[in-house]
Design a protein around this ligand. Structure first.
Ligand code: CA
Length: 234
């Protein structure tokens, strides 16, 4: 699932874009303050940015230039959104580093098509899927953060890797040996009991905010799924 960031101070346009982008299956983040925009882009690393030209604090052109000056985010495609339709403004927008340019009032299908086109050029950190979603659990592979509903869940790096592995293939049972090899690595010697300890910690962190989706398969291993008829004792 790709993240689209909308930098726009007008609330009604933000809501309209969020609604339509989410309908297309994207994750959407609205930033309504131009001064926060660049640091938010650095933090969240979206796949595509929709940037309004007219912002009260700082212009879209300035934001665009700032993004283009930062090596880790400079290749994120930017679609500039503006009421300005004059040719020289358009040139100024493109010169500042925007990849695309849409004039307000815009048509939703056209903007969606532009998003799709620009997504193909999204940088490498977005070529793979960024989020793994299982039910209300959302795993951000770039930021390495886990959210359950609206709550952030703090996990150790090991617990994070365990959850990622289980959530990638819901319903599949992973043996302790397989989990050990993939999560801890081939050459590290740890007992299979270690897996149980970390699964227990993972469970207790995750389950603070909802039902237990981690399933213990006796003598088999672990999986994540929402089958309610199965025993679920650690
Ligand atoms: Ca505006």
């Amino acid at each position: 699932m790709s993240l689209i960031m909308v930098i726009e101070d007008e609330e009604s346009i933000g809501i309209l874009l969020k609604y339509n982008l989410e309908k297309e299956g994207y994750k959407v983040e609205i930033i309504d303050n131009g001064l926060k925009a660049v640091s938010e882009v650095e933090r969240l690393k979206p796949s595509v940015i929709i940037l309004d030209w007219m912002l009260p604090e700082i212009s879209g052109v300035e934001i665009c230039k700032l993004i283009r000056s930062k090596p880790d985010i400079k290749s994120i495609p930017i679609i500039m959104l503006t009421a300005k339709s004059q040719e020289e403004d358009k040139i100024k927008g493109l010169e500042s580093g925007a990849d695309d340019y849409v004039t307000k009032p815009f048509s939703i299908p056209e903007l969606m098509a532009r998003v799709k086109t620009n997504l193909r050029r999204a940088p490498i950190f977005e070529e793979k899927e960024r989020f793994i979603i299982f039910k209300d659990i959302s795993i951000d592979l770039v930021e390495k953060k886990v959210k359950r509903g609206e709550n952030y869940i703090h996990l150790s790096p090991t617990e994070f890797r365990l959850l990622k592995m289980l959530a990638k293939e819901p319903g599949k049972v992973f043996s302790r040996e397989v989990l050990l090899k993939s999560v801890w690595g081939e050459n590290i010697f740890v007992e299979s009991r270690t897996v149980d300890v970390h699964i227990r910690r993972l469970r207790s962190s995750l389950n603070k905010f909802g039902a237990d989706y981690i399933r213990t398969v006796r003598a088999g291993g672990y999986s994540i799924d929402d089958k309610e008829d199965l025993e679920n004792n650690d």
